[in-house]
Design a protein around this ligand. Structure first.
Ligand code: 2RA
Length: 329
């Protein structure tokens, strides 16, 4: 199969190459695409060097699928051109996620919504993906009424410049900045820009995307998304109110058998999910399960996952695996 990766030199694009190789996705020919300044440079895939090409040349090469992680404006311009050439696009930007004609997919939850006619498929935001992977089985069992989520997000979500800033600050060195403030020994309660309602775009992504993926606009959600100085993954403190009551052992069993979820929850042994342990893993780790005694039918849980993997690259590759499995690529 011919596979194009658009944004192949970025943090997520590089992870996509790694995940495609790790999962032995049937790539006969890789077509790496990046900005004009990178055309002609090479990327390594399965021990072979591939020259980076332009988006136009990638279309001409007629890949079966193009996995994008090149920002919203590139997706808005090029995804339709790839799709018009019969190439299926899986896009990691926010460009198409809330488009009513496009599917927003976490394979463990709503891959069944996909059809061969879907030529531009949206990959959800990383902080949304890990939360819905954990909450979907609980929604099915107890019907979620309301979610209150606070996130503690890795600097890798911003990109290479942010990781560089963190380690420069840690080493006491100067360098280019991704954030207006120091991130080491700090937390920044702003991810993306502020909207008129006082929330950030990142916070509203968690609200809107969750409802679309879970196919339930009745779910009430409020979120606070925060950047913290870690690199291994995003962490989320989630308080979820159900329509029905639950027994904690049943919740634990549901999560232990949920696709893509690993329960790490032994407080007596100080066992709980942490970015340090989630780094470079594809699962969503859940722990700190406990009843919220302040109101009925309400649960607290802690969710951690590698935002570059399940939060981006792995989820996108899993969508491609689903489509390939159906013979639709
Ligand atoms: C972030 N979720 O963490 C956003 C985009 N990757 O910055």
């Amino acid at each position: 199969m011919k596979v194009a990766v658009v944004g192949a030199t970025g943090l997520v694009g590089t992870k996509m190459l790694q995940v495609l190789e790790e999962r032995n996705f049937p790539v006969d020919e890789l077509i790496p695409v990046a900005s004009a300044k990178s055309v002609g440079k090479e990327v390594k895939f399965k021990g072979k060097a591939y020259k980076i090409v332009s988006a136009d040349d990638a279309i001409a090469a007629k890949p079966n699928v193009a996995i994008f992680s090149a920002g919203g404006s590139t997706s808005l311009e090029w995804a339709p051109k790839f799709a018009a050439a019969g190439i299926t696009v899986i896009d990691n930007s926010s460009a198409w996620r809330m488009d009513p004609t496009k599917k927003l997919v976490v394979p463990e939850i709503n891959a069944d919504a996909l059809t061969p006619e879907d030529k531009i498929i949206a990959n959800p935001n990383c902080s949304t993906i890990q939360m819905v992977v954990a909450l979907a089985p609980l929604h099915k069992a107890y019907q979620i009424k309301r979610i209150v989520v606070s996130t503690y997000q890795s600097v890798t979500g911003t990109g290479v410049k942010a990781v560089t800033q963190l380690f420069n600050e840690r080493a006491g060195e100067e360098g280019e900045k991704a954030y207006a403030y120091p991130i080491d020994l700090n937390v920044i309660p702003q991810i993306d820009v502020f909207l008129d309602n006082g929330y950030t775009k990142e916070e509203m992504k968690m609200v809107n995307e969750t409802r679309k993926i879970m196919r339930d606009d009745s779910i009430r959600i409020t979120s606070t998304t925060v950047r913290i100085p870690v690199v291994g993954g995003h962490s989320e403190s989630v308080n979820v109110e159900f329509a029905k009551d639950y027994a904690l052992p049943d919740v634990r069993s549901l999560l232990e058998t949920a696709p893509g979820v690993v329960v790490v929850d032994e407080p007596s042994k100080a066992q709980y999910p942490m970015p340090l342990n989630a780094h470079e893993r594809d699962e969503v780790f859940v722990g700190r399960l406990r009843r919220d005694d302040s109101q009925p039918n309400t649960l607290n849980l802690w969710i951690v996952s590698d935002n570059l993997r399940k939060g981006a690259a792995t989820n996108a590759v899993q969508i491609a695996e689903y489509l390939a499995g159906k013979g639709w690529l």
